[in-house]
Design a protein around this ligand. Sequence first.
Ligand code: ZN
Length: 422
Amino acid sequence: MESWAGLDLPPLSKSFEIPDLKLFDTASQTIKPLAKKNDYKIYVCGITPYDATHLGHAATYLTFDLINRYLRLSGATVNFVQNITDIDDPLLERAERDGTNWQDLARSQINLFRGDMVNLHVIPPDHYIGVVEAMALIIESIEALVATGNTYMVESDLYFEVHSDSKFGSRSHLNQDEMLEIFSQRGGDPKRAGKRNPLDALLWRGERPGEPSWQSPFGAGRPGWHIECSAIALTYLSRKSADGESENESIDIQGGGSDLVFPHHEMSASQCALITKKEFASHYVHAGMIGLNGEKMSKSLGNLVFVSTLINQGVEPAAIRWALFSSHFTKDRMWNQELLDDSIDWINRLRTALSRVDVAPTTPAITGIIRELSENLNTAAALHLIKEWIEQSENGEPSGLESRGEAGEFSRALDTILGIAL
Ligand code: ZN
């Protein structure tokens, strides 16, 4: 699938020290450093293209964009893979409801998503892979799982025995009742008669009348959600990596919104672990949810705020970034007009400060921003440093030629490190 236009990240003229990046890992429930490497492998779950791109999506993709930027700034190569779930129940349901073709709906929403990512200055994935175009390799991965002996049929549907992975549950830390409840809320079928265990994951759904289907060794049908990401990640990251086989984990980061921790990421990771006989990811990284005015933001409540709506209202992408960076990525956060207005105000003050002849020292501010980001992406602290710099520049302090900063350097640093391009 075509990605979106690449970005030129302006190089920094001074060489700044780049500390190892520490990130909160859901599986170990600790903040731990990414091992120092020359190349990193990151897989981030993409959208189901039927309601792109709301602020929850934006918060997630901006989080992984920051990680991508940070690792590239350190001099490493990043292989960043993202999927698009362009065949799925919600997509078919929405197309049916709207009386439209599911492929047309997907195409239009993917185009909208690409445009939003360009507007938000998100670095495009190195591989942007749709499920439909990946059907052959998904079938190949299902065959690899079948070969492990941990799958079974229920009528025309093929299931994976999740407990065949001895570490099943170790990434999401839920008890059995919580798993069952969340599984049924997020597309699972714990009550399906004939399943060996209620939590077993659907690998292949046999053809249903009126639904699109593909031929496979398991009959005509379409894949389950979790195996799609397992297959795309293993194909585009670990299997084709020269050094992949020697590592303890297949990839460095599996990422997405916190609503994907269970069942999606747990089950994807279990399937990968069975296929490769090693842990899927070194870090499981999850971004919190975005609410609106004190309420959950959701399709069912009809209160989604879309990136394209804000941009069409004339809101600068930098202000959207600023607002979403103002609190920590792992937290569930609220969006409201006050936050947006405040962010717009700071972006305007930043632009004015950058245009001054004399500005406050920039090297310590840039060093500080890098250090705060290295500590589990402490964006709020990084913004605080920028605010201090703005205030100092506005107040003309400190005075004296030797203490002057370089506005151009600061502007390039904000662009490269935080994606705040003015
Ligand atoms: Zn996924």
